[in-house]
Design a protein around this ligand. Sequence first.
Ligand code: PEP
Ligand code: MG
Length: 575
Amino acid sequence: MSFILQGIGVSEGIAIGHAHLAAPSALEIIHYLVPSQQVEKEIARLNSAFSVVRKEFETLQKSVPDGPARAEFTAFLELHLMILDDPTLSEAAHTMIAETYCNAEWALSQQMHVLISQFEAIEDAYLRERKADVTQVVERVLKAMMGHSGYLPVAPKHAGDSILVAHDLSPADVMHYKQHQFVAFLTDFGSPTSHTAIVARSLNIPSIVALHHAHQLMLEDDYLIVDGTQGIIIVNPDKSILDEYRLRQGQLELEKKKLNRLKSVAAVTLDGTPVELYANIELPEDMQQVKASGATGVGLFRSEFLFLNRDDRPTEDEQFEAYRTVATEMRQHPVTIRTYDLGADKSLNDAAQVATNPALGLRAIRMSLAEPKMFHTQLRAILRASHYGNVRILIPMISHAAEIDQTVNLIKVAKDSLRDEKIPFDEQIQVGGMIEIPAAALSLNIFMRKLDFLSIGTNDLIQYTLVVDRIDDTVAHLYDPLHPAILWLLSHIIKGAKRANKPVSVCGEMAGDKRFTRLLLGLGLQQFSMYPAQVLTVKDQILKSHMPDITPLVCKIVKADRSDKIKALLAKLNN
Ligand code: PEP
Ligand code: MG
């Protein structure tokens, strides 16, 4: 049957291929293969999760409060303990791991489905409903195992045309998929500036998020057209529609090839205003794409990705190698290493309890200052790499001037330790700050005095100014880069930085979106940082722009008081 699904397109382009469903249950389960010599360990991992849950149940049993619900609650716990101890659950999973070398989560979720279908066949309505208890118990065990997998998911089934369809993925999950050849990426959850979407965009393949029930509606191997520009999926399309999209796909490829000619052309507006186009990266492996894009520096190295998908911390040497690789490859061009922005949706495997409001919690520089030992290791690694290129340090999420003072102090301590060991580093290394919290934008002068350069993180700046969770698609329609408050803040930061003679860039998603290129140029921006795949499109827009035409229109946009007027003026600006 053919049908259409609509979501939010977060990465442009058209892909055509087979659906590969990434998760079989309400909990997102990744399927990967375990090396044969690790099978025993995998079974032990499953057993240990069962033990953890058994202990949880036993503790709960001991703490059941007296009262009218006591008997019911005790019976409920007993039933769950019975399900947990039922050998049909664990033994079948053991066999599956041993025979198919799959990961424990996958084996358990498969056995859960077997049991659920057995319950569904029962006539007695009460017993039939017990399938919900099976799901709850299994989900508890799965949760106990979550965050401890260090293996890669299986490669796509249809090499060259597999489309990943997932319910919800964390940025760390997406990093797994970075090494596989999927041609498109679809999720039920997510919004355009969630880190999941950002990483998906870096894969440079069409992506759509906020599809709500796509994962339930699609079947493995369904044939799909994914239009990342319109945010549309056509499931099992007719031949005529397929032909039309194949044609469009070919045209887009051609346009992309044409853009490649701009790779070594300098980014200068028609009237001669020079612009720097930098790249955002997550890992040194991204450097190949950076070089192909012609970017003249790395404006944002999201170093926290070195810390994800692992149970240990990267050592100083490991981090040093990663930073040095990037610094060496960029030669004299700037490499801006953001100290790890961990927390919120990018948490460590062994992170403690998730905070009630993680985006407002112990994240980024707050976490670094709370864990000085781990921070010291990173600062030493960055400083050591600074000897091999033009490295700069960028502090994420500053909200208090004291955080800059403390970081500068810790950099000094790291420098002293290297000097004592006679390890070379750049004595003049620059330290910049991300302006992504309204408080930092509003107290710009206080912050700026302490920093060598600024980088505007529009993703968070919009989230925190408009109080719109950037990963919640139910409020994605309120996430508005053109809100008068955002335009005012951008203008205030860029103009303030220019007056103080401090280099300023934008490294949030706005910088790579060609709809906003002229707007940012008109606000005075001359440094943009974005995903490598966006560099040439933005450069093309810059080459066709004329500042004397842009500036007065942008002044009007910033002063406009109505959303429809702002949109109309932006359309005129981009014409
Ligand atoms: C931002 O907030 O705009 C930014 C670039 O940082 P991140 O997206 O990693 O939070
Ligand atoms: Mg940010």
